[in-house]
Design a protein around this ligand. Structure first.
Ligand SMILES: Nc1nc2c([nH]c(=O)n2[C@H]2C[C@H](O)[C@@H](COP(=O)(O)OP(=O)(O)O)O2)c(=O)[nH]1
Length: 222
């Protein structure tokens, strides 16, 4: 069902117009007017990237890359970086924005190489997924990739970060991902990206274990 379809004879929601309030180099802030299911016009404050390529549904690719080496446990490759918007270091999947004419697969492999130095092989690509739809129209495709760590090209990976990009490549064993991420957050002042944490929780659940870390009711203070 499309967002504009109604249910039980009521009119659905539909986009009416967008007015730009602020246009920056990388982002714009707009006021989106839409029609609610009762037919009433309402507005929403919306952030958009200015970088999305024409005709693309996705802004970029998020790479779930697993390093495979003989006689080693599989490791998930994550990156730690300073994020000015939240004034904190984060733990994230390698990711980046699509260039014009670039496929999501090629974007994933390029970003993985730039941010980590590794050459990976795409295994799967998700549909376009949204990231924070109450805030922005930002979207990504989740691309899983395998890295053959025994291949000569991956022996001494050398990242090629873009200007202004400062990343640290980190390795987490897949077989105890959630525990290791939890331990890492106790030692280092990092904020974990929701996609990463959810992936670790899902892996834990798939092993029949509860993803418990903290007691209910605790409030995270600044
Ligand atoms: N929002 C924002 N993006 C910027 C700025 N400057 C800049 O170069 N960018 C670019 C850099 C990045 O290409 C992108 C930030 O988006 P992200 O989801 O972090 O993608 P990534 O995984 O980092 O590639 O926008 C800026 O001032 N603001």
């Amino acid at each position: 069902m499309m967002a504009s379809d109604g249910v039980n004879g009521t009119p659905g929601c539909r986009f009416i117009k967008e007015e730009t309030v602020y246009q920056g180099e990388w982002l714009s802030l707009g006021v989106t007017t839409y029609q609610d299911p009762q037919g009433q016009h309402r507005t929403w404050e919306t952030v958009r990237r200015t970088t999305r390529c024409d005709g693309y549904k996705t802004d970029g690719a998020t790479v779930v890359a697993v390093l495979k080496r003989a006689l080693h446990y599989d490791q998930l490759i994550l990156v730690q970086q300073f994020r000015p918007a939240i004034n904190a270091f984060t733990l994230e999947f390698p990711a980046g924005l699509c260039d014009a004419g670039e496929s999501v697969e090629d974007c994933a492999i390029r970003e993985l190489r730039e941010e980590t130095g590794y050459t990976g092989q795409v295994i799967s690509v998700s549909p376009t997924t949204c990231m924070d739809p109450g805030l922005s129209n930002s979207t990504t495709c989740l691309v899983t990739a395998q890295i053959d760590g025994d291949d000569i090209v991956n022996i001494r990976p050398k990242p090629h970060p873009e200007e202004g990009e400062f990343l640290k490549v980190l390795y987490f064993p897949m077989n105890e991902l959630l525990t290791r991420i939890n331990d890492f957050t106790k030692k280092e002042a990092v904020t974990v990206d929701s996609r990463v944490y959810m992936y670790a929780m899902a892996l834990q659940l798939s092993k029949g274990k509860d993803p418990v870390q903290r007691s209910p009711g605790r409030i995270d203070k600044k």
